[in-house]
Design a protein around this ligand. Structure first.
Ligand SMILES: Cc1cc2nc3c(=O)[nH]c(=O)nc-3n(C[C@H](O)[C@H](O)[C@H](O)COP(=O)(O)O)c2cc1C
Length: 377
């Protein structure tokens, strides 16, 4: 109730007055957004806010949160909008509402990137509500598993024929090498490591005082590595000097995480317009929820999939040093020889394996509804 009062206190009143005609009230809407805010976003940057005008909910995207070296052509932002819409859709059903979602044809920062109206429907309240909050990114080592089973779960859960699902096991060490090469490129790229460091919460104090970004326990790294990153952030001008060490250490960690996995799950699309990317995000998120429910841990590997596939098919360009571009080209072409779907226009890959669910202490945080939701009358 206190939060609702705070939100109502910040209500923006328009001249032509109230416009309340929806069958959903603010309290129900708050319940839906309270769940939807747990949707995944790159580095937990949470680039979206909500505006409720009494009839429809508008989602606004914010460049100041989304801007990142890896946010090439805003592909990750648009995919995470898809994740958010899937969360809104599922959370609405659990409250007895059908979310009618309208999206524009492009993303414009500062403007509405989705408009949602709610109509009554049958309440579908199975384990879903719990699942939305419990889904998480797991960067720890896994306990193996069968990739064929992962693919089966994903295919069943996939909602769109435009999105292709396949995957492969990680028995071939050259595949692990290529993935690691691409996943470590951020240490060779000044701007990317700077942007990444911005979202890392490396001390207890930082974790406590922020509600976005990645808490150090969530990174799945040994504590001595966290200390090294802390040092690197403080003395960033030395980053070039320490890059080889960082590449080696993180590379070793990544290789061991990959070896512990059931394999790589690939979701790919041939069309990369706004609507298709939103679909990719929506279906990826429902697959992710199902995999977590089935006892699998999931970690997106965007630097070794979204990034090189979008460069290869000329959907995106990056202003990265030549050695980064070469590493991505080399890694991707090596991978293409060995794994399915790597010829697709855009591929988003996930490392998947059997895993206990992430303990509460390792989870990410989210902004408060008071910061996220604005009522406009
Ligand atoms: C489009 C997109 C790309 C992502 N890429 C990566 C990635 O390359 N590596 C990674 O470890 N996590 C990646 N993530 C996961 C986010 O960091 C994570 O969702 C966020 O920190 C919130 O944590 P949670 O998923 O545990 O709720 C990605 C998420 C999204 C939506």
């Amino acid at each position: 109730m206190a939060i609702q009062n705070q939100i109502l206190n910040q209500t923006v009143r328009k001249k032509n007055g109230s416009n309340k005609s929806s069958n959903i009230n603010l309290q129900q809407l708050m319940k839906i957004i309270e769940l939807a805010k747990w949707a995944p976003t790159p580095d937990n940057c949470q680039p979206f806010t909500f505006q409720w005008n009494g009839t429809s909910l508008n989602i606004i995207s914010h460049l100041e949160f989304a801007e990142h070296a890896y946010n090439t052509n805003n592909i990750p932002t648009i995919i995470s909008l898809g994740s958010l819409l899937e969360y809104i859709y599922q959370a609405s059903l659990s409250e007895g509402y059908y979310a009618n979602i309208e999206i524009p044809s492009t993303l414009n920062f500062g403007k509405s990137c989705a408009k949602i109206k709610f109509t009554n429907t049958f309440k579908k309240n199975h384990s879903l509500v719990k699942k939305l909050k419990e889904r998480s990114t797991d960067r720890r080592s896994f306990k193996g598993g069968e990739i064929s089973n992962v693919i089966e779960v994903a295919q069943k859960s996939n909602q769109y024929k435009e999105v292709k699902v396949n995957g492969y096991s990680l028995k071939d060490s050259s595949v692990i090498k290529s993935l690691t090469l691409m996943e470590t490129t951020c240490f060779r790229w000044h701007k990317a490591s700077k942007d990444l460091l911005k979202w890392l919460r490396l001390t207890k104090k930082e974790v406590k005082s922020t509600d976005s970004g990645l808490p150090y326990k969530n990174l799945g790294l040994p504590f001595k590595e966290i200390l090294a990153i802390r040092f690197l952030r403080r003395f960033f001008f030395l980053s070039k000097l320490f890059a080889p060490l960082a590449i080696f250490n993180y590379g070793q960690q990544m290789k061991s995480c990959l070896r512990s996995s059931a394999g790589i799950l690939n979701l790919s699309v041939e069309s990369t317009d706004f609507k298709s990317l939103v679909k990719l995000g929506r279906t990826a998120t429902s697959i992710w929820l199902d995999l977590n429910e089935q006892g699998y841990g999931v970690q997106p590997l965007s630097q070794s999939s979204l990034l090189p596939s979008s460069l290869k098919s000329n959907i995106a360009t990056i202003d990265a040093p030549k050695n980064v571009l070469t590493a991505l080209q080399k890694g991707w072409s090596e991978l293409q020889k060995k794994s399915p779907s790597q010829e697709s226009k855009l591929v988003w890959s996930f490392r998947v394996g059997l895993s206990d669910s992430l303990p509460e202490s390792m989870r990410t945080k989210r902004r408060s509804l008071v910061d996220l939701l604005k009522v406009i009358e």
